[in-house]
Design a protein around this ligand. Structure first.
Ligand code: FAD
Length: 546
C-alpha cells in the first residue's frame, strides 16, 4: 500500500511516523512544499528573541533522519498543486518540474497560512509574517542588523510571543489589536494582567483599533492606525490570524466550510481514501458545538496518529475528539492559559452559566515563592458541568489549566473538583489546592450558599444597591468604590443595624480584596435576612475590569 502525506510538520509527520510503526511494508511518501519538515513552529518566536539561539535546534528531524529511523520517503520542495481523486494521483511541482504521484491512501495536513490583511503598504519589505523557519530567520536578521522599533499587528498568542521576544532584544515594541483587548480568547480581566506585564516590559499596547495602512519610507516605515496614531517601525510582524491552506484541495472536490476541510470523526473527507487533519480541518467545539478550525499543535499531532490508525488498523482506531482548545502563552514572567469556552462563546451558544473568579496562592503562602494564580471558571447553571477556565499567574497557572482541561474532557462538574486527589507539598500547592477551592466555591454557587455579583455590573449595582466594603481600614484608605459603606468583616456582626439603615431596603452588594471575606460577610448578611451578594474576585478583579 502506498500512503501519500501532504505536509510534513505536526499532523502530517505524526501520521507518517505512526503509519510506519504499524506497517513495515507500506510505502510512505511525505510531500512538503517547504525546505524543512518536522520543524518546531512553536519555537519560532523564541529564535527571533534569541532564547533559542540556533535555528537548527528547531529542526527536530530531517528527511535523512526520517529515512534512517522510520524508512519514510520525505520529499521537500514538493508542492502539491493538484489532486485527481478519480485517478488517485496528486500533481506535484518540484525543482525539477511537475510530476504525478499515485496513492492508495492520501492524508492532507497542509496546515494554515498566515493571513495578510489587504492594507495599503503591507507588502513593504519590512513587514513579515511569522509562520516558517525562513520568516523567523529573516526577522532575527533584521534585529541583528539594528532594527530598533517594531510594530506587531495582532495581539494573539503568536503576536505576543513575538512582541515579548523583540522587547527582550531591546527593541521598542508596539502591539496593535483590533479587538477590545489583546488575547481576545481570554476574558478581559485575564488579558489585563498580561497587558500590564507587557507595559512593564516597555511594550506599547493599542487595543480596539485597526491598523489602516503602512507608509513605507527610505529609513523606516510608518504604521497608521484608524484613530490617527502613527508608529515608526523598522520592522513589522503580521500576526492577525491564519487561514486553512486548502485552495488546491477544495478545487479538486474536497468539501470545505469557509475554507476548512470537513471530515468525519476519523478524519475522512468526502473523497474516497482521502483523510485530512490539523489546522486545515474544521473542528467541532467540545463545549458549544461551534464549528471552526483549531490551530494548535497537540490536536494536529494526535489527529495524525488517529488517521494512521484508521488507515492501517481501522478496527481499533480511536475517533478524533471534539476540540477543547487548551492553549497557553508566556509573557514576561506571567503565563496565561485557557481551556474550553469563554463568555463570548457561551453567550453566542445560548448556554446558561455561572462564573467564579478566585486568586489563591500557587502554593501555600507561607512557603517562599508563592504567587497569585488568577482563576476564572465557567460552569453550567443546570448541572454544574465545567464549560471553560482560564488561569494567569507567575507560578502554577499551567498545571491548573491542564487539570481543568482534563476535567472538561472528562465531563466533570464543578463540585467534582473538590474530590480530586491532587499532589501537595508546600513548594507545589496546598492541602486545599486552587482547584479544590474552585470546586468548593462553585458548589456554593450552585447550591445557593454563595451568591455573586460581577465587576462588569458595577454601574448598575451602584445605581440600585448599597455597596459594602468589608476590607480592613488600611486597605480601604488606599482606594475604594465611591459611595460604598465601610465595615470590616470582623465587625459586621455587631454593626448590622448600620447596614440596615444605609441600605434602606436596597440590596447589599459586598466586596473585599479577593472575595473570601466578602463571602463570609455575605453569609452573615444572608442569614440576617438581607438581599446580599459577594463580588466575584473582589477588588483584584474589579481593578482589572475598570
Ligand atoms: P503545519 O504544522 O503548519 O504543517 C503544514 C505543512 O504543510 C507546512 O510545512 C506547509 O509547507 C505544508 N504544505 C501546505 N500545503 C502544501 C502543499 N500543497 N503541498 C505540500 N506541502 C504543503 N500551537 C500550539 O499548540 N502551541 C504553541 O505554542 C504554538 N505556537 C506557534 C507559534 C508559531 C509561530 C506558529 C506559526 C504556530 C504555533 N502553533 C502553536 C500552532 C501549531 O504550530 C500548528 O497548530 C500545527 O503546526 C498545525 O499542524 P499542521 O500539520 O496542521 O500544519
Amino acid at each position: 500500500m502506498r500512503i501519500v502525506v501532504v505536509g510534513g510538520v505536526a499532523g502530517g509527520m505524526s501520521c507518517a511516523a505512526r503509519a510506519r510503526r504499524l506497517d513495515e511494508q507500506a510505502e510512505i511518501i511525505v510531500l512538503e512544499r517547504g525546505e524543512y519538515v518536522s520543524f518546531a513552529n512553536c519555537g519560532l518566536p523564541y529564535h527571533v528573541g534569541g532564547e533559542v539561539p540556533r535555528s537548527a535546534s528547531l529542526l527536530v528531524q530531517t528527511p535523512k533522519t526520517l529515512r534512517e529511523s522510520l524508512d519514510l520517503d520525505v520529499r521537500v520542495r514538493h508542492d502539491v498543486i493538484g489532486l485527481d481523486a478519480a485517478g488517485r494521483t496528486v500533481t506535484v511541482r518540484t525543482p525539477e518540474g511537475e510530476e504525478r504521484i499515485a496513492y492508495d491512501r492520501l492524508v492532507l495536513s497542509p496546515g494554515a497560512k498566515a493571513f495578510v490583511p489587504p492594507m495599503p503598504g503591507i507588502d513593504s519589505p519590512r513587514a513579515h509574517t511569522l509562520r516558517t523557519v525562513d520568516d523567523a530567520v529573516a526577522l532575527r536578521a533584521m534585529v541583528d542588523q539594528g532594527a530598533r522599533r517594531a510594530v506587531v499587528l495582532g495581539g494573539g498568542f503568536i503576536g505576543l510571543e513575538a512582541a515579548e521576544s523583540l522587547a527582550v532584544r531591546g527593541l521598542e515594541v508596539s502591539v496593535v489589536e483590533l479587538a477590545p483587548h489583546i488575547l481576545s480568547p481570554l476574558e478581559q480581566e485575564s488579558a489585563a494582567i498580561i497587558a500590564d506585564e507587557l507595559r512593564r516590559a516597555g511594550v506599547h499596547i493599542h487595543e480596539g483599533v485597526a491598523a489602516e495602512r503602512v507608509e513605507p519610507g527610505a529609513d523606516h516605515d510608518v504604521v497608521v492606525l484608524a484613530d490617527g496614531t502613527t508608529i515608526d517601525a523598522d520592522l513589522i510582524v503580521l500576526s492577525v490570524g491564519v487561514r486553512p491552506d486548502t485552495a488546491v484541495f477544495e478545487a479538486a472536490g474536497v468539501t470545505c466550510e469557509r475554507g476548512a476541510i470537513v471530515t468525519d470523526e476519523h478524519g475522512r473527507t468526502n473523497l474516497p481514501d482521502v483523510w485530512a487533519v490539523g489546522d486545515a480541518v474544521l473542528s467541532t467545539d467540545a463545549v458549544t458545538g461551534a464549528r471552526r478550525p483549531v490551530a494548535l499543535a497537540g490536536p494536529a499531532s494526535r489527529a495524525g496518529r488517529a488517521v494512521a490508525d484508521d488507515i492501517l488498523a481501522p478496527e481499533r482506531a480511536r475517533p478524533i475528539p471534539t476540540a477543547v482548545g487548551t492553549a497557553i502563552v508566556r509573557v514576561g514572567s506571567q503565563a496565561a492559559g485557557m481551556t474550553g469556552a469563554n463568555r463570548r462563546a457561551l453567550d453566542a451558544a445560548g448556554i446558561a452559566y455561572h462564573t467564579i473568579h478566585l486568586h489563591p496562592s500557587s502554593h501555600v503562602s507561607w512557603f517562599p515563592g508563592a504567587e497569585e494564580v488568577h482563576l476564572i471558571v465557567h460552569f453550567a447553571q443546570d448541572d454544574g458541568r465545567i464549560l471553560g477556565a482560564q488561569a494567569v499567574g507567575r507560578d502554577g497557572a499551567d498545571k491548573r489549566v491542564d487539570v481543568l482541561a482534563t476535567a472538561i474532557r472528562a465531563g466533570l462538574g464543578i463540585a467534582d473538583l473538590i474530590d480530586l486527589d491532587l499532589a501537595y507539598a508546600p513548594p507545589f500547592g496546598a492541602a486545599k489546592d486552587p482547584i479544590t477551592m474552585a470546586g468548593m466555591m462553585g458548589e456554593n454557587v450552585l447550591d445557593g450558599t454563595l451568591r455573586l455579583w460581577y465587576a462588569q455590573d458595577l454601574d448598575r449595582v451602584l445605581a440600585e444597591a448599597l455597596v459594602l466594603d468589608v476590607r480592613r481600614e488600611d486597605e480601604w484608605v488606599t482606594g475604594h468604590v465611591p459611595g460604598a459603606l465601610h465595615i470590616p468583616h470582623t465587625e459586621l456582626r455587631g454593626r448590622l443595624d448600620e447596614v440596615r439603615a444605609a441600605a434602606a431596603g436596597r440590596p447589599v452588594r459586598v466586596l473585599c480584596e479577593s472575595g473570601v471575606r466578602s463571602y463570609i460577610a455575605h453569609r452573615v448578611l444572608d442569614q440576617a435576612g438581607f438581599d446580599s451578594a459577594s463580588l466575584s474576585g473582589g477588588m483584584i478583579t474589579l481593578r482589572l475590569v475598570l
